[in-house]
Design a protein around this ligand. Sequence first.
Ligand SMILES: [Mg+2]
Length: 260
Amino acid sequence: MARPTAVFFDVDFTLIHPGPRFQGTGYEATCARYGVTVDPARFDAAVTGAAPLLDSADQVYDAGLFVAFTSRIIQGMGGVGAGVEAAAREIYDDWAEHRHFSLYDDVPGALRRLHRDGIRLGLISNSHRCLASFESHFALDGLIAVTVSSSEHGFMKPHPRIFQVALDRMQVRAEEAVMVGDSVAHDVAGARLVGMRAILLARGGAPAPAGAEVDVIRSLDELTALLDREPVTPAARRRDGRRGRAGAHERRSGRRRPGC
Ligand SMILES: [Mg+2]
């Protein structure tokens, strides 16, 4: 199949990851300044418990929603009292600072290879971090053609409008573009609503969600080769099933499927 004209990337946990400021010990230190005691060992479970708060939103960007999400994490770590919301507000505000984040090791090489091949690159993020300064902060100057953040645009992924705005700014059609991200609910589902191909990045050997029916890569080093192959789509999966050849497609292509 033809190479895409443009590849869009999610940002958080796709290109960059947060440092200790946004992990259990960082939360503990912030909360302590507001007189709130939390258990850093409960951080991961608290994040998982708070996550539905973001999924149940109406997809309009709302800082208050993220502060509430952060408050829920603090409460999940055992935090109580009047200082919880103030600590959550400080953590939310700091999430906007590039200096608290690091690039994944595979990002510079992958982005430079795509750019060298003439593929235009863009960012679509649900964050309120400044994407205009993303390139310079992470020494990726000249690689990113288009950025759209939900705080600037108004809608969050998976709302189709934020993807359409990114396509319009890049001046490409949906079928010429690919979205790469770590979230099935936000990146994969949203991209497909406007007709874009989606690729799920499941870093760290994390199991891909069962039934996601999407191409999965474990590292951006796998991206270039995947762009030359026919995409996995729910329609293709159903077609294979009707022909009684379920599984044959995967064996032919060697493509990894969620749950396999
Ligand atoms: Mg992400």
